[in-house]
Write a new protein. Structure first.
Length: 248
């Protein structure tokens, strides 16, 4: 079953590659078929097999021999692995579908933000809507908790953006608010804490290695996405440990 889930994840990763490339360019994610970004030729059906086609083609276009970035294969494998992890950590097909939906959005948002330093409203609106629908359908949280999560996530980063005089982007604020709908107010606080810690550590490393200066912008979306996936897997455990330590 893990193999089947992994194959589903590879296919999803292939679709996410299309979204990551086309959404910032305001292109349809459905039509036309996948094409080479160098010569514009449509990719043969036999070369659309996720990950394995990249291996068989030795990372080059069949027609023009232009190199194909290994990142396409990396995203497909990443989606495959996280799909298997989700499958092993949930009970029921509905919860699995919700988890797959979550990682699909997280990976797309993270890589688009990394490339373009932008998080698009149309993606965030879909993400927030799906989060509300998932929580209502699964009955895992209350309307109040979703509202508090929305206000907590967006409010905390909005306050940080104001105090830092633009050190945080508006897309990050809206991303955190949407995550609050998915996770509720307690988990969104954990997500923000982990994201800030990771972002701070990454900033220190980038400054120390000379790859960034204090004036350079570092996208925060990938850190939020990673923290959200981590809390999705281990949030309940962390909260349980905290309650034991705090209240005995």
């Amino acid at each position: 079953m893990d193999i089947w889930i992994g194959m589903i994840g590879l296919s999803l990763g292939s679709f996410l590659n299309t979204c990551i490339y086309r959404i910032p360019r305001h292109q349809s994610i459905i039509w036309p078929r996948s094409y080479c970004t160098s010569c514009g030729r449509q990719i043969r059906s036999i070369d659309l097999v996720p990950f394995f086609s990249w291996i068989f083609l030795h990372g080059h276009c069949y027609y023009c021999q232009a190199p194909i970035s290994c990142r396409y294969a990396v995203i497909e494998v990443l989606t495959s692995l996280t799909s298997v992890i989700v499958y092993k950590n949930v009970n029921g097909s509905a919860a699995f579908f919700a988890g797959i939906l979550l990682i699909g959005f997280l990976i797309s948002i993270a890589f688009i933000d990394y490339d373009w330093h932008l998080i698009f409203d149309k993606v965030l609106l879909s993400f927030a809507f799906c989060g509300g629908a998932v929580q209502i359908f699964l009955g895992q949280t209350s309307y109040l908790n979703m509202l508090l999560g929305f206000l907590t996530g967006g409010g905390c980063l909005l306050l940080f953006m104001i105090l830092s005089h633009g050190g945080m982007g508006g897309g990050d604020v809206k991303f955190a608010a949407a995550l609050g709908i998915w996770f509720g107010w307690q988990d969104i606080l954990l997500i923000l804490w982990i994201a800030f810690v990771l972002g701070g550590l990454a900033g220190i490393v980038l400054l120390a290695t000379g790859k960034k200066t204090r004036k350079d912008f570092v996208p925060f979306g990938p850190f939020l996405a990673f923290a959200a996936f981590f809390i999705y897997l281990y949030g309940n455990i962390i909260l349980s440990v905290y309650q034991v330590i705090a209240y005995g």
